[in-house]
Design a protein around this ligand. Sequence first.
Ligand code: SF4
Ligand code: SF4
Length: 299
Amino acid sequence: MSSQGIVFNIQRFSIHDGPGIRTTVFLKGCNNRCVWCHNPESHEKKPELQYFPERCIGCGQCFSICANSVHAMVNGARVLKRDLCTNCGKCAEACYSGALEMAGRFMSADQVMEEVIKDKVYYDNSNGGVTFSGGEPLLQKDFLKELLFASKSQSIHTAVQTAGNYEWSILESLLHLIDFIMYDLKIYDYDKHVKYTGVGNTRILQNLKLLSETDKVFAVRTPVIADINDSPEEISKIAETIKGFPGLLYYELIPYHNLGASKYRHLGKEYIYNFSAPANEKLRLLANAASIHVKNVRC
Ligand code: SF4
Ligand code: SF4
């Protein structure tokens, strides 16, 4: 029997998560807290209750089914006492209208692979494959290993998106099963990195250097966030860091978007920051700054 992991999305026909047509499997759990994150449902390594009030038809099923009285009326207003919620998922199961949904579910590797294998013909015809993303997929290393092994056994190209914040031995132990790595390097300055991602970048930089000393092909990616890392100086420092890495296929600047803002509300979380998306001219300016050090810059 295959092992279980927690997955919050499986996206078929992805074209931005590596070469060709791909299926992207999003594993839940992350040890960074980037303030611009558009996938807040990826943060916790457990299922989480989401509430979409616009879908609620007021049937009251959730009130009667929840043993913890999470669903309540206070002064005539509907509230969720989330501190009492154990994320058991019973109310979401009972909610006919889809106003309550669980973010994340436990799946076996076999169940995930059943989904992945459906599009094998598209992978074969487009040089695509499967991408494991997150969250931080390396935090579920045993589950990820099983998925990578199963994919390789089916001759499916494998890619991993990672933020690199873990012991090097974790990534090292999986390298033989990974064809392509997309590695995030978000901010060069240590203090700024702590302030905006919740963690330092020493280990992230060390792991990237160690990756560059292997025979792996990889890309480095930087999300471009207004007033945090969108200066030519900042991007130039990152590009200089990865200059000359033999396995570097390209450096990619990813423009910020705020499509994740509503997800925070659905999870009962606060979205403190709201950045503006970078203009095309700004992206070109940053790409030019990076291209002084790195040949293949994408944006
Ligand atoms: S079960 Fe769903 S539709 Fe019914 S009251 Fe609860 S949230 Fe609304
Ligand atoms: S997930 Fe479980 S504990 Fe949480 S509100 Fe729903 S029924 Fe209650």
